[in-house]
Design a protein around this ligand. Structure first.
Ligand code: ARG
Ligand code: ZN
Length: 876
C-alpha cells in the first residue's frame, strides 16, 4: 500500500480522487524561477478507450535524463482530477510511487526508461471544458494551458516536447469519426461494434497542443497545394446539419495558407489539416497541431445566419489558428510567461492578413477600438500586467487583451521602425533560428535585432512595464521653424510604481494651413521623457497629424484647436488619423462640459463626412460611430455611467435630428446595394444600419417603422440584425414583433439564439435589467454553455444601463453569476470579475456597491484559483 495517499491505492481497485483537495493558498509562479525539466520525454504513446461516461487512458512515455538540467532521482508528473489505475516502469508494475497534491512522483534511476501509466477520466462530468470533455454527444479536448494533466499524468509544461502516437478505440455508432494530431496511420473494425484509429504526429510538440476528437461528424473536404508542392487534405468537421455553413471556413483556410506563404514564407508541414467545430468551448479556438478545434461561432457562417462581421471574424480566427502552426507550434513557448511570444505575434499576423483581405483602414480602426475599450481599461486597472508577466497564480487569467492585443501592437511597432522588408528578414531569422524550440520573448527580440537591424535595447521595456504610456504633444512656432514638444509618462501600475520612458514610434504629417496638404509623412521615435523635434519651412503653424495608422499603443493628448480637428476629420489622407480626429471631437464633447460649440464642431465634421463622395460607406459609417462606453469610462477620471448614457445618446439624437434628411436618404438610397454581395454591398449594409440608429435616436416612431421594414425585407443576417439591434432599443409593437419573429425563425440555431439574447441584453432601455433577469429563466438559457452565458451576461455586463443600474442589482447579478460558475467553469467565471474590478474608477455611490459585491465573492468560501486571483487583485 501507499504511505502518502489513502485515496489513490497503487494496486487493487481504483477509487475516486479526493473530493476536495486541502484548501491552501495557491502558489505564486514566478518567471525568475524558471528551471528546465530534469527529464526529456522524446516520445509518448496514448491509448484511449473512449466513452462519454468513462474513458481509460494508457500513456506510455519514453523518458531519459535531460542533460541540460539538474539530475533528478524521481520523475514528477502533473495531474488534475485523475483516477490512477497503475504505474509500470520498463514493463514492471511499481507501487513505490507517491502523490504530492495532484502530482504523481515515481522514483526513477538515471538512464532511459519506459513509463506506462493507466488513468481513468469522466468526460461527461467535466464542466470546466478543460482536458477531455463531452459536447453534444461528441468528445473533444482543450489542453492549453494546463488541460493535458486532466487526461494523463505528464510534465504538462510547454518546454517538454514529444512525438505523439495516438490510438483511439470507441463504439463505432456513437463515435464514427476519430481524429487526432498529425497524419492517420491505421484504422479498423473491432468486435462488439467497436472500431479504432491510430494517428501519428511527426513534429515534436508540447502537451498543450495535443488534441483528440471523437464523434458523429461530417466533413467538408478540399485540398491545398503548398509552395513546395505538398498536397494537403483539408477538412472542416461539423455536425451534419451544419455542413451547409462551412464553405466560408474552408475558403478562409486556403486564403490563410496562401497568405502565410506569400507574406511570411511559411509553408504547411503535414499531409492533413483539420478543423473541428464544437458548440461548448471556453475560448475562440485552439491551434492544436494539425487539428484545430474551434468554437462553432468561428466556423459556421452563411448569409442567412451570420453577419458581415461574423464572416470576417471566422476568417480572422481561422487565420489566427492556422498561423500558429509556425508562430506557436513549430516554435513554441519556453514557459507560460512567454505567452505573448506566440499570441502577440499571431494576433499581429491575423490582423495583417485581414488588412490584406479587406483593406487596412477599417480593420485598423476596429482593432484600435478593441484595444482601447478592452486593453486600456485592463492596463489602468487592478489586473494590469506587462505583456510578459512576472508572476501568476492561474495562467488562464493571463489570456488577456494585454498579452494578445498589446502584444501585437508591440511587435507592430518593431515592424514600423524596421520597415516591412527588414521586418521580414527579422521574422525569417526568428523562424529559422528557433525552429523546433521552446523559445522566449527575448529570443524573438534578439532575432529582430539581428535580422531586421534594429537596436531594441530600450525597446525591451515594452515587455517589462505595464501601463499605457500617456503622451502629450505641443507645438511651438518661430519664424519658419516648428518645434514639436513631446512628453511621455508611463503611469504606475500594481507592483510597478516607477516607470522608465519607452521608445514610441510615431508616424506624423504636418499639414500646411494654406495649401491644406502635407509634404510627406515621417516616422519619429520619442525615446526620452521629454523631447523636441524641429521642422523647417512653415510660415504659419502647421496642423499636426500624429500617430497616423496608430503606430504606437499610447494615449495621446495633443494641443490642437477644434477647427483643426474639424479640418483633419474632413481631410486627413490617413484614414486612421481622420477617424481619430473625429473621435477627438466626440470625446472632447462627451468628456467635457456639454458645450454647444463643441457640439457644433461635431456637426460640421459630420456634415463633411456625410457629403464626401470619395468615402466608401463603411469608412463613412466608421467616422460617424460614437466611442464605445468602455472607452468613455476609461477616459473619464471618475465615471458616471448614468450621466454618460444620457450625454452620449443625447448626442446621437441631436446628430440624428440635425442630419435627419441625409440619414433617411442614405437608408433609402442604399436599400438595393445592401442586398448585394461583395465589398460595396457590405459597405452599404454598414452605413444603412448606422443611419437607422440615428434615425431612431431622433424619431422613435420613424425608427420603428423603418426598422421593421428593414427587418422584414432583410436578405441576410447583417440587415436583419442591424434592424433588430435598433428595434430592441425601442418600445412598442415593432420591437415585440421583430423579436418574436427572430426567435421563432432561428430557435434551432444556437449561434443565432445567442444573438437574440445579446441584442436584448445590450438594449439601452430603462428596464433592461429586468429583461435580462427574465431571459435567464427562458427555456433556451443554460449556464452550461459558455457562448450562451456570454451572449446574455457578457452583453449585460457591457451595457451601462443594465450593469450600472443605480440600485446595484446589475452588480449583484454578475456576482451571483461568478459564484454560480466558480467551481463549474472557473475560467468562464473569472472573465466576469474585471467588470466589477473597475470600482475605483466609478462614481462613489456605485463604486461602494461594486466593491461590496467583490467582498461578498471573496467571503463566499472555496473559490477556484481563477476567481480567487482575479478577486484578490480587484480588492488589493
Ligand atoms: N491559444 C488559443 C488561441 O489563441 C487560446 C487558448 C486559450 N485557452 C485557455 N484555456 N485559456 O487561439
Ligand atoms: Zn492564439
Amino acid at each position: 500500500s501507499n504511505p502518502q495517499s489513502g485515496a489513490n491505492t497503487p494496486a487493487g481497485s481504483p477509487v475516486l480522487p479526493d473530493a476536495a483537495p486541502e484548501p491552501q493558498e495557491p502558489a505564486v509562479i514566478r518567471r525568475a524561477d524558471y528551471a528546465p525539466y530534469p527529464w526529456r520525454v522524446p516520445a509518448i504513446r496514448l491509448d484511449f478507450d473512449l466513452g462519454l461516461e468513462t474513458t481509460r487512458v494508457e500513456a506510455t512515455l519514453t523518458v531519459e535524463p535531460n542533460l541540460d538540467a539538474d539530475a533528478a532521482e524521481d520523475i514528477r508528473l502533473d495531474g488534475d482530477g485523475l483516477v490512477l489505475e497503475s504505474v509500470h516502469v520498463d514493463g514492471e508494475e511499481r507501487t513505490d510511487w507517491r502523490r504530492d497534491g495532484e502530482a504523481l512522483i515515481v522514483p526513477l534511476s538515471s538512464g532511459k526508461h519506459t513509463l506506462t501509466i493507466v488513468t481513468r477520466i469522466l468526460p461527461s462530468e467535466n464542466t470546466q471544458l478543460m482536458g477531455l470533455y463531452a459536447s453534444n454527444g461528441m468528445l473533444c479536448t482543450q489542453c492549453e494551458a494546463e488541460g493535458f494533466r486532466r487526461i494523463t499524468f505528464f510534465p504538462d509544461r510547454p518546454d517538454v516536447l514529444s512525438v505523439y502516437t495516438v490510438r483511439m478505440e470507441a463504439d463505432r455508432e456513437a463515435f464514427p469519426v476519430l481524429l487526432s494530431n498529425g497524419n492517420p496511420v491505421e484504422e479498423g473494425l473491432l468486435d462488439g461494434g467497436r472500431h479504432f484509429a491510430e494517428w501519428h504526429d511527426p513534429w515534436p510538440k508540447p502537451s498543450y497542443l495535443f488534441a483528440l476528437v471523437a464523434g458523429d461528424l461530417v466533413a467538408r473536404t478540399d485540398s491545398f497545394t503548398t509552395m513546395g508542392g505538398r498536397e494537403v487534405a483539408l477538412g472542416v468537421w461539423v455536425r451534419e446539419e451544419d455542413l451547409p455553413r462551412t464553405s466560408h471556413a474552408m475558403e478562409s483556410i486556403k486564403r490563410s495558407m496562401n497568405w502565410d506563404e506569400e507574406t511570411f514564407g511559411r509553408e504547411y508541414d503535414l499531409d492533413r489539416f483539420n478543423i473541428v467545430a464544437v458548440g461548448d468551448f471556453n475560448m475562440g479556438a485552439m491551434e492544436n497541431k494539425g487539428l484545430n478545434i474551434f468554437n462553432t461561432k468561428y466556423v459556421l457562417a452563411d448569409q442567412e445566419t451570420a453577419t458581415d462581421a461574423d464572416f470576417d471574424a471566422v476568417e480572422g480566427v481561422i487565420g489566427h489558428e492556422y498561423f500558429h502552426n509556425w508562430s506557436g507550434n513549430r516554435i513554441t513557448c519556453r514557459d507560460w510567461f512567454q505567452l505573448s511570444l506566440k499570441e502577440g505575434f499571431t494576433v499581429l499576423r491575423d490582423q495583417l492578413f485581414s488588412e490584406d483581405m479587406h483593406g487596412a483602414a477599417v480593420k485598423r480602426i476596429g482593432d484600435v477600438r478593441v484595444l482601447r475599450s478592452v486593453q486600456f481599461p485592463e492596463d489602468s486597472g487592478p489586473f494590469a500586467h506587462p505583456i510578459r508577466p512576472d508572476s501568476y497564480k492561474e495562467i488562464s487569467n493571463f489570456y488577456t487583451a494585454t498579452v494578445y492585443n498589446k502584444g501585437a501592437e508591440v511587435i507592430r511597432m518593431m515592424r514600423s521602425m524596421a520597415g516591412i522588408e527588414a521586418f521580414r528578414k527579422g521574422s525569417d531569422l526568428y523562424f529559422d533560428r528557433h525552429d523546433g524550440e521552446a523559445a522566449t520573448c527575448e529570443d524573438f527580440v534578439k532575432a529582430m535585432e539581428d535580422g531586421a537591424g534594429l537596436d531594441l535595447t530600450q525597446f525591451r521595456r515594452w515587455y517589462e512595464q505595464a501601463g499605457t504610456p500617456q503622451v502629450t504633444a505641443e507645438q511651438r512656432h518661430d519664424g519658419d521653424t516648428v518645434t514639436l514638444v513631446l512628453k511621455q509618462v508611463v503611469p504606475p501600475t500594481p507592483g510597478q510604481p516607477d516607470k522608465a520612458p519607452v521608445p514610441i514610434p510615431l508616424r506624423i504629417a504636418l499639414f500646411d494651413r494654406e495649401k491644406g496638404e502635407h509634404a510627406g509623412e515621417q516616422l519619429i521615435v520619442l525615446t526620452e521623457a521629454e523631447q523636441e523635434f524641429t521642422f523647417e519651412g512653415f510660415a504659419k503653424p502647421p496642423i499636426l497629424s500624429i500617430n497616423r495608422g496608430y503606430t504606437a499603443p499610447i494615449a495621446l493628448d495633443r494641443d490642437i484647436s477644434r477647427e483643426d480637428l474639424v479640418f483633419l476629420a474632413a481631410h486627413d489622407d490617413d484614414s486612421f488619423a481622420r477617424h481619430e480626429a473625429m473621435q477627438e471631437l466626440l470625446l472632447g464633447y462627451l468628456l467635457g462640459d456639454a458645450d454647444d460649440e463643441a457640439r457644433a464642431a461635431i456637426g460640421t465634421a459630420a456634415q463633411a463626412v456625410l457629403a464626401d463622395d470619395a468615402l466608401d460607406n463603411e469608412m463613412r459609417a466608421e467616422l460617424l460611430t460614437l466611442p464605445p462606453f468602455a472607452y468613455l469610462g476609461e477616459r473619464s477620471k471618475i465615471y458616471d455611467p448614468g450621466a454618460m448614457v444620457e450625454k452620449r445618446e443625447g448626442l446621437r439624437a441631436w446628430l440624428g435630428h440635425e442630419f435627419a434628411g441625409q440619414f433617411r436618404d442614405y437608408h433609402e438610397r442604399l436599400t438595393n446595394l445592401a442586398r448585394e454581395e461583395g465589398a460595396q454591398g457590405k459597405q452599404a449594409r454598414r452605413m444603412r444600419s448606422l443611419a437607422l440608429g440615428y434615425i431612431a435616436a431622433a424619431d422613435e416612431a420613424e425608427g420603428a417603422r423603418l426598422g421593421l421594414a428593414q427587418y422584414r425585407a432583410a436578405a441576410g443576417m447583417t440587415e436583419r440584425q442591424g434592424a433588430l439591434a435598433v428595434l430592441a432599443g425601442l418600445d412598442g409593437t415593432e420591437r415585440e414583433e421583430a423579436l418574436a419573429d427572430f426567435y421563432a425563425r432561428f430557435a434551432d440555431n444556437p449561434l443565432v439564439v445567442d444573438k437574440w439574447f445579446t441584442l436584448q441584453a445590450m438594449a439601452l432601455r430603462p428596464n433592461v435589467l429586468d429583461e435580462v433577469g427574465k431571459l435567464a429563466g427562458h427555456e433556451a438559457f443554460t449556464i452550461s454553455n459558455p457562448n450562451r452565458v456570454r451572449s446574455l451576461y457578457g452583453a449585460m455586463s457591457g451595457n451601462p444601463v443594465a450593469f450600472h443600474q443605480e440600485s446595484g442589482a446589475g452588480y449583484r447579478m454578475i456576482a451571483d453569476l461568478i459564484l454560480e460558475l466558480n467551481m463549474r467553469n472557473p475560467q468562464l467565471a473569472a472573465r466576469f470579475v474585471p467588470s466589477l474590478g473597475r470600482w475605483r474608477r466609478v462614481e462613489p455611490g456605485r463604486s461602494a456597491m461594486m466593491r461590496a459585491e467583490l467582498e461578498r465573492i471573496a467571503a463566499a468560501g472555496t473559490l477556484s484559483r481563477d476567481v480567487a486571483e482575479q478577486v484578490e487583485a480587484s480588492l488589493g
